[in-house]
Design a protein around this ligand. Structure first.
Ligand code: NAD
Length: 420
């Protein structure tokens, strides 16, 4: 039993062990690479609208500081634990290294359901969380960003709380901020856009005609909605399935994704959208489509449904959507299903966060075209490297992607010494 004990952390460790075996990493280096450098847990007392005071649990985990400061999102979710936060921080480390960004991985969050808070309560939780984090983070130590349950406004409250403490505007302390306070053009769309860029690359390799292809997207938040819209309106696929935490829809004739987006902007979720097309959310992932995009929570593709997936491309927009047991099944189905593993597929978010941080440090402003061009260049390089490594070594795409990331961190640790 240790502080990170948790199913998701165990999954991240199991994935790491597969890579460590493949790379023949010495046992003296394994634990050092796997366990977070440090973590903090905080209790957040917050005044609620009804006059009561509630406490919430918050965390921040910094996985390693070998290549630069740590970088990672902030998750507001009712089931968040320290172990899950540590798993997400570890994945961030391999993701940043795969994209060659000068960061270690981090992750943080609060165990809270943000949909149950008023705007005022959400602001109180956000500001209190950042206030507790001040001794632990900084533009050269640990830079926060958004993740599930957080958004641009919450990043603005984080930035403001930190800046008030410092006495001047420190916009490089968080990424994913509104453009009005130093955010970068294209950050909100970056993860979804990156997912779709990689789907297009895979379709190109597999000689699939987008106009004749269908897609299903699970999760309709920042990442899922941008990916679904872009797949439908830019790439020309027919999006036949979408879902969120409240409803799942399937329509073989195609779903009007733009109308779904407008509906969610007004009503908050998909519950009342096109009710005639509602299906069992558990079945959506195994319905027939060419491109399946899990863009919500972890472990949705597992030993029970991996054998039943009915897609040609699995684009893992979420973090950790596929369990190691499911990976074994997908490895056997390698010629049926082309997997774009999470640390490659959703890297667009952290890549553009890196651009935002660089612009903040240098007080520079880049145009959206510049940002998107630079994003696609990095993704192209990572995609090519992963596919080449997988082909040459006859290994799964996830093994190839993680191996490239882990190797870079290991090399840096060996070069620097024991401390970081
Ligand atoms: P978000 O909070 O904006 O949206 C999450 C969506 O998933 C919502 O529509 C929610 O209703 C839905 N959802 C939650 N539980 C669900 C379930 N059981 N079934 C179906 N839908 C469910 O979050 P996001 O920022 O879009 O993040 C989605 C995923 O992408 C997460 O795994 C996150 O870690 C990952 N990710 C996000 C970013 C980013 O830039 N936001 C970057 C990299 C990875």
């Amino acid at each position: 039993m240790h502080v990170y004990d948790d199913e998701v952390f165990k999954m991240a460790c199991d994935q790491f062990e597969v890579i460590a075996d493949y790379l023949s990493i010495d046992k003296n280096d394994r634990e050092r690479l796997m366990y977070p450098k440090r973590a903090v847990a905080v209790t957040l007392p917050v005044h609620m609208d009804d006059g009561s005071t509630k406490t919430f649990q918050g965390y921040r985990v910094q996985h390693h500081l070998t290549l630069g400061p740590t970088k990672g999102g902030t998750r507001f979710a009712p089931s968040l634990s320290l172990g899950e936060t540590a798993a997400l921080a570890m994945w961030m480390s391999w993701k940043c290294a795969l994209s060659n960004l000068p960061y270690g991985g981090a992750k943080g969050g609060v165990t809270v359901d943000p949909t149950k808070l008023s705007r005022n309560e959400l602001e109180n939780v956000s500001r209190r969380y950042m206030q507790e984090m001040i001794p632990f983070v900084g533009p050269h130590t640990d830079i926060m960003g958004p993740d599930m349950g957080t958004n641009e406004q919450i990043m603005a409250w984080f930035m403001d709380t930190y800046s008030v403490y410092m006495g001047y505007a420190v916009n490089e302390i968080v990424t994913g901020k509104p453009v009005a306070i130093g955010g970068t053009e294209g950050r909100r769309e970056a993860t979804g856009r990156g997912v779709v860029y990689l789907v297009e690359r895979a379709m190109d390799m597999l000689k699939m005609d987008p106009e004749k292809c269908t897609a299903i997207v699970q999760g309709f938040g920042n990442v899922g909605s941008v990916a679904a819209l872009s797949l439908a309106l830019k790439t020309g696929l027919k999006v036949v399935g979408i879902s969120d935490a409240f409803a799942a829809l399937y329509d073989p004739k195609g779903i009007d994704v733009k109308a779904a987006e407008q509906h969610v902007l007004k009503k908050g979720n998909l519950r009342a959208f096109c009710q005639n097309n509602h299906v069992d959310p558990n079945e959506l992932l195994t319905m027939k489509c060419d491109v399946l995009v899990p863009a919500a929570v972890d472990r949705v593709i597992n030993s029970k449904n991996a054998g039943k997936l009915h897609c040609r491309i699995l684009a893992e927009a979420a973090n950790g959507p596929t369990t190691p047991e499911a990976d074994l099944i997908l490895e056997k189905r390698w010629d049926e299903i082309f997997v774009i593993p999470d640390i490659l597929c959703n890297a667009g978010g952290v890549i553009v966060s890196y651009f935002e941080w660089v612009q903040g440090l240098q007080s520079f402003l880049w145009s959206e075209t510049e940002v998107t061009d630079k994003l696609f260049r990095i993704l192209e390089h990572s995609f090519t490297q992963v596919i080449r490594r997988a082909k040459e070594h006859k290994i799964a795409h996830r093994t190839a992607a993680m191996a490239i990331g882990v190797e870079r961190v290991l090399r840096a640790k060996k070069t620097r010494g024991l401390f970081p």
